[in-house]
Design a protein around this ligand. Structure first.
Ligand code: SF4
Length: 339
């Protein structure tokens, strides 16, 4: 069958750290994740199945997502009730327990739904929750462990020095922003990357979990991490650099001169923090990286046109040679069929 891609999905090429990492991990997986619409005309069944798989999450991914929800809910409540909670700790304990019970109930409901869901019902699958462990029929029973991890992540934060700092900012800083991951604001997530030459038609979305404006020229950025620490982690990650770049571009700047931006990634499992004060080299490095990454991603597009963003034939996207990566890949079922 000759390959005829569907029209694009109306979106120009987007850059993210996750996206380029996925491309480097497995080109074929990158294709399934970002270009399933291109399968619709030549392989309608495969397209439908790929969409179902794209919507799945592993239980560990779900732990990360729910940890972010719970911490965000907690911080919003803290912001509103800071005085009352400081005057009556029992009130605080009760409300924190209520938040925990709420997230537990959500996870139990979703787990049961995922377990009994008909994964062959492609027609009504859009937006439905599912765990990849259930799709692949793995005998996974550890929901209580997952709930414990989510609760534990909040407990670690509450017991840490970061909680005290956050309280101070709520009281004294002119602007404190707490992300609401349950209701992402895509407009607010946009990075004004089109201001940079060569990136006019590229979109970048990024939003840190928490940031504080201490003055017009001084910012602190915090980002919660629920996974394992990266053993190769440099002091300032690329993700933190993107957040800092976003702050600068918002002000029409690409230079840190006269600005002070400090940023940390905080691992909720043990509250280890990685980061520091951003330098101009961090900003230059991330701009160059985005530019190089976009050039790499362009090689997989028809006419290298980032605005149209139509992928080449799926077989151009090579499978990883490291079959170990395939063992837990969400797309392994459709990958085996696309031959
Ligand atoms: S199963 Fe392996 S080769 Fe196929 S998409 Fe997943 S990681 Fe890539």
């Amino acid at each position: 069958m000759s390959y005829a891609p569907s029209p694009n999905n109306g979106k120009s090429l987007a850059w993210s750290n996750t996206r380029i990492t996925l491309l480097e991990r497995c080109e074929r997986k990158y294709y399934f994740n970002y270009y399933p619409f291109a399968l619709k005309v030549p392989h309608p069944e495969l397209w439908a199945e790929t969409l179902v798989l794209k919507g799945l999450k592993s239980i560990e991914m779900r732990v990360g997502e729910k940890s972010h929800y719970l911490l965000s809910d907690y911080l919003h409540l803290l912001k509103t009730h800071i005085q009352e909670w400081n005057n009556a700790s029992s009130l605080r304990d009760t409300q924190v327990q209520d938040l925990k019970e709420q997230i537990k109930a959500e996870m139990e409901t979703e787990f049961m739904f995922s377990k009994t869901r008909d994964y062959q019902d492609y027609e009504h699958s859009f937006g439905k929750f599912g765990l990849s462990e259930h799709f692949y029929g793995e005998d996974y029973q550890a929901l209580p462990v997952a709930i414990e991890k989510v609760w534990g992540n909040l407990d670690h934060f509450i017991a840490s020095k970061w909680e005290e700092k956050v309280q101070e900012y709520f009281v004294s800083a002119p602007i404190v922003y707490v992300e609401r991951p349950r209701v992402p604001n895509f407009e607010a997530m946009k990075v004004a990357i089109s201001r940079l030459p060569g990136l006019e038609d590229v979109s970048v979305l990024a939003s840190p979990d928490f940031w504080v404006s201490l003055s017009d020229t001084s910012y602190l950025i915090l980002d919660w991490k629920s996974g394992k620490e990266d053993v190769l982690q440099n002091n300032i990650s690329n993700q933190l650099r993107v957040y800092a770049l976003k702050m600068l571009l918002k002000k029409g700047l690409t230079s840190l001169e006269g600005m002070h931006i400090e940023a940390y990634e905080i691992y909720l499992k043990n509250m280890n923090a990685y980061g520091g004060v951003l330098t101009q080299n961090d900003i230059t490095t991330i701009i160059t990286k985005i530019w190089n990454d976009v050039n790499e991603m362009k090689q997989f597009l028809k006419d290298q046109n980032v605005k149209e963003n139509i992928p080449l034939d799926p077989f151009i996207f090579r499978k990883t040679s490291n079959t170990k990566k395939c063992e837990t890949c969400t797309f392994r079922k459709v990958c085996a069929k696309l031959t």
